[in-house]
Design a protein around this ligand. Structure first.
Ligand code: HEC
Length: 153
C-alpha cells in the first residue's frame, strides 16, 4: 500500500512538473515572439527615416541639396530645427540682422509652437547672419522696424 501511494504521488507531481515545464517554455516563446514583433514594428520605420535623412543630406557645389541652404558652420542645426515646418526658402528670402532673427524666432516660439532652441539658437542665428547677410538696401528698413519688437534681454 505504501509503495503504491508513493507511486501515485510521484506520477501526479511528475505531471505537474511536465505541465509547468511546457507552460514555462510556452510563456517564454510567446514573450519572445511578442518582443520580436514589437521591435520589428517599432524599428523599421525609424530606420527608413534615418537612412532617408542621411542620403538626403548631400551637399553639391556648396548647397545642401534637400533644402537649398548654403554649406556652412551650423548648417545641420538649421536644417534640423528650421525646416520641419516650412521650406528653407522662407528663411533664405528673409535677410535679417541678429536682433531681428532672435525676434523672429521668439515670435515663432510664442505663436507657432516652435520649440526652445537653447544653445542652438546662437548657432542658428550666426549661420543665418553669416550666410544670408542683410542686403544693403534692406538695412535701413530693418532699423526702422526695430521698435516693433520688444527685446527684454
Ligand atoms: C514649429 C514650426 C516652425 C519651426 C520649427 C520653425 N518655424 Fe519659422 N515659421 C513657422 C510658421 C507657422 C511661420 C509662418 C508661415 C507663414 O506665414 O506662412 C513661420 C515663419 C517664418 C519666417 C517668416 C517670418 C515673417 O516675418 O514672415 C521665417 C524667416 C522663419 N519662419 C524662419 C525660421 C527659422 C530660422 C527657424 C529655425 C530656428 C524656423 N523658422 C523654424 C513655423 C516654424
Amino acid at each position: 500500500m505504501e509503495s503504491r501511494d508513493k507511486k501515485y504521488g510521484n506520477t501526479k507531481s511528475n505531471k505537474w512538473i511536465l505541465f509547468g515545464f511546457i507552460f514555462t517554455i510556452g510563456l517564454v516563446l510567446v514573450s519572445f515572439i511578442a518582443y520580436l514583433l514589437y521591435f520589428e514594428s517599432n524599428k523599421e520605420p525609424e530606420n527608413m527615416v534615418n537612412e532617408q535623412a542621411i542620403s538626403d543630406n548631400e551637399i553639391e557645389n556648396g548647397i545642401h541639396v534637400r533644402t537649398g541652404l548654403k554649406e556652412g558652420e551650423g548648417l545641420m542645426t538649421v536644417v534640423t530645427h528650421c525646416t520641419a515646418c516650412h521650406s528653407a526658402q522662407l528663411i533664405i528670402q528673409n535677410r535679417m540682422n541678429k536682433e531681428r532673427w532672435n525676434a523672429t524666432i521668439r515670435w515663432m516660439q510664442e505663436t507657432q509652437n516652435l520649440w526652445p532652441l537653447g544653445e542652438n539658437q546662437e548657432v542658428i542665428v550666426n549661420y543665418l547672419v553669416k550666410n544670408y547677410p542683410v542686403y544693403s538696401k534692406g538695412r535701413r528698413e530693418n532699423l526702422q522696424n526695430i521698435e516693433w519688437y520688444e527685446l527684454s534681454e
